[in-house]
Structure formats: C-alpha cells, structure tokens
Design a protein around this ligand. Structure first.
Ligand code: HRO
Length: 314
C-alpha cells in the first residue's frame, strides 16, 4: 500500500480499495498482455485495460499518436485484442493484487452489452464504459447524445454486477453537464472517469507545413497539460452537481504531483495518467507519488482524501 512517509496515498472508488490514487488511463500502455503485466508490476494503483471491442482491431493507420511539449494528439482508432482475449487475461492479472478496471467500448449498443456481459464474468473489480472515443471515422461520441447514453446504460447496467462507471467526453457548457446528471443517476452509474481526450483537435507542424498524425486528415483527441483546465472544470462541475456523492476519477493533464493535487481539490477521488505515462513510462508512477506526498506533507494534509473537494472559491 502506498504510504509515503506519514502520507496516505491510498483511495477507495465505489467500495473498491486502491493501493495508490494514481493509475494508467485507458489506452496508455494497456493494449497487450505484456503491457498489462508491466502495469501489474509497476506502482500503478490499478490496471486499466484498453477499451475493448467485439472484434480484435489493429486501429487507424500510423502515425496516429504525436507528443509535443504541452500535450499530445492521438487517433489510435481503438486498437485492441478483442473482448474474448481480455476475458482470458483479466483473471490472470489478479496475481498483482491491485484492482482491475475493464474499459468497454463498441460501435452499436449491442456490442457494449455483449462485451459487458462476458467481461463481468471474468470479474474485473470495476467496469468503465467508454462513452467518448473521438477517433472512429463516422462514429459520433455517444456521451454527446444524452438519449443514446441513457438507452445504452440501461441495457449495460442489466448485465453488470461489479461497480460500473462511465468515461465521459469533456463538456463545455453547464447545461450539458446538468442534462447528464439524470442520465447517470437513472443509469445506475457508480463512478465517473473525467475526461476523455478533447476530441477533434488539430495540431500543425509549421516547419513541415503539415498535420502530425495520418487518420482523419490530422484531427484527433488532445491530451496532456493543454487539457488540464478542461478536465478540472468537468471534475469540479460533476462533483458539485452530485454533491460529492459520486466518486470521480480525474483524467487530463496529470503530469506532476501538483497537477494531481489540483484534481483532488476539485473533487477527484483518484487520477489517471495518459500522455505522461506514454511519454515517460512506468517510472512516472513513483515520481508522481513522491511529488504528491511531498506536497501534501508541506501543506499539512495527512492523506489524499483529506484534501478532496476542498477547492476555495472567491
Ligand atoms: O483508441 C482511440 O483512438 C481512443 C479512444 Cl478509444 C479513446 O477513448 N480516447 C482516445 O483519445 N483515443
């Protein structure tokens, strides 16, 4: 368990105990068995799988990820082993003694239901339903359609017995967040992962006078430092809308212990690390723990949960 000096970095999401509040974001170094096992051996507080589809997929053409000093852009296109492979791998990951979060995706409602039913039987600790992949040509992000989200969650909830959460896209208008509250309540959602990448951004290299990734004419999901304010705004908005009762895993711009601290102040219960993990590798977890523990100690907080939601307003 992650106790750094006198600081407690453990957390609990939907009744599941996590040995550390840091974990990988779905998509970051978690596609293959080797990557998932490497996560198991690392200091990550949980093993989160790549979002899985019914059929195995090789994803979009390369280059499909590009990192730059203040963030990243990706259009991976859901490369994954297919749900049957993850249903076999998940029980084998138990030996690492940390929670396993299965990320479930799909192209039509029935895909999500089919995958969730079988994956639930492989007993991950939690299931994260991805309503927000921005990168499949011609497929809109479900999370931007409240009615479609509600229909889907009603069906998936029926086949899932482990704690079920959703990964949402960033919302840019309070009206959209407010509308989603009822959808999430009626859908029996037990935790939120906020946010997925900021969809359909465009990064340009002026030297080459070119886009930097191949799929979709260069459009892709933005991650890393540049999206932190958008992530914090969504964490804070949903924390307030649910009166602090729904656990939130904050994702977006967690590059340092201080970034994680900002997510906790806004109301996050744990944080996921995407771009930083891709760029830095598994050593990022140890560094982040160290940085967060030093900061909490300096500020007089004994644990991560002691500062949760404590953001001051002026
Ligand atoms: O695979 C992807 O292109 C991808 C997915 Cl599924 C997602 O949810 N978010 C993202 O930025 N990329």
């Amino acid at each position: 368990m992650s106790r750094r000096g006198s600081i407690d970095l453990t957390t609990t999401v939907a009744g599941v105990r996590f040995p550390s509040c840091f974990m990988n974001a779905a998509g970051a170094r978690c596609v293959t068995r080797e990557e998932l096992e490497a996560l198991g051996r690392s200091r990550t507080g949980a093993i989160v799988t790549k979002s899985m589809t019914v059929e195995p997929r090789s994803g979009n053409p390369e280059p499909r990820y590009y990192g730059f000093p203040t963030g990243s852009i990706n259009s991976m296109g859901l490369p994954n082993l297919g749900y049957l492979a993850y249903a076999r791998i998940i029980p084998e990951l138990r030996k690492f003694g940390k929670p396993i979060i299965a990320s479930v995706a799909g192209f039509v409602e029935e895909d999500f239901v089919k995958i969730a039913r079988v994956i639930n039987e492989s007993r991950p600790d939690l299931i994260e339903v991805n309503l927000s992949c921005p990168n499949v040509p011609g497929e809109p992000q479900i999370g931007y359609d409240a009615q479609a989200s509600e229909r889907l969650l009603a069906k998936v909830r029926k086949v899932v017995s482990v704690p079920m959460g959703v990964k949402l896209p960033p919302y840019f208008d309070p009206a959209h967040q407010e509308k989603m509250v009822g959808v999430l309540e009626r859908g029996g959602v037990e935790f939120l992962s906020l946010i997925n990448s900021v969809g359909n951004g465009l990064v340009v290299d002026p030297d080459r006078e070119s886009v930097v990734i191949k799929p979709k004419g260069g459009f892709g999901g933005l991650g890393g430092s540049i999206i932190k304010p958008v992530a914090l705004a969504n964490v804070r908005a949903f924390w307030k809308l649910f009166g602090g009762r729904l656990p939130i895993i904050g994702t977006g711009g967690v590059c340092s212990g201080s970034d994680a601290f900002e997510h906790f102040l806004c109301g996050a219960t744990a944080v996921q690390v995407g771009t930083t993990l891709v760029e830095e590798g598994m050593g990022a977890f140890e560094r982040l723990e160290h940085e967060l523990a030093s900061l909490l100690e300096k500020k007089g907080y004994a644990s991560v949960l002691a500062c949760r939601g404590k953001l001051k307003e002026l």
